[in-house]
Design a protein around this ligand. Sequence first.
Ligand code: ADP
Ligand code: ADP
Ligand code: ZN
Length: 218
Amino acid sequence: MQSHILLLGPPGAGKGTQSTRLAETYDIQHVTTGDALRANKQMDITDLETKYDTPGEYMDAGELVPDTVVNTIVKEALSEADGYVLDGYPRNLEQARILDSMTELDYIIALEVPESDLLVRLTGRRVCPECSETYHTEFEPPAETGICTACGAELTQREDDTEETVKERLSVFAENTEPVIEYYDERNELTRVSGQGSPEEVFTRLTSVIEDDWLARV
Ligand code: ADP
Ligand code: ADP
Ligand code: ZN
């Protein structure tokens, strides 16, 4: 079963954490624009004559990277994937329309978490620069403080996980990405799932949405 899953939700909702698990469980690709852009932060985009010259400058300001850059990344990644869980895209209506023209989605799920929790999740997030594993100082601490349990590298904090940039990202979400959730909801394609509770609890909710629906379809 090669599903096409889209996971939506605000920054810090747990999209990355849950997508990693879904990709492993269903043996599908995890396609994430955030990681792809972080690997290309210094890419020269001066040809596009946009506000900044590199994706990294948008990211560090908490703003959206121009659509043309992101659309190209997603198009290439999806063309190489059979099944996938897509995370971090689409973030505005224009991207949602482009995605419609690229692929068909089987599951569109929005993770819902109260804004007060998001700030705590994001400012406590720590990431591994070597293997991309994600931790939280309080909610998902590594076995040894500051060290990646998976590979032993020293954990870092993302430059955009400061309180000020998080607030900007949350307002960009409300303005640009909330309408994407409404867009799918109006087409009756959206399932809302609570992102509160432990990562295990959230994962169980997600797999039951997906597997109940499999049963309904056969
Ligand atoms: P989070 O996981 O906290 O929601 P991401 O890692 O998905 O954050 O994204 C980090 C940054 O990368 C965003 O703030 C934005 O600058 C850029 N970015 C990621 N995905 C997109 C996208 N689909 N369109 C535009 N910019 C994006
Ligand atoms: P997103 O990709 O949506 O921005 P992440 O998966 O990176 O979100 O999670 C953001 C932070 O919250 C990380 O530090 C992660 O360890 C933590 N986290 C993820 N899921 C939960 C949860 N259910 N409860 C508490 N913290 C969580
Ligand atoms: Zn690691």
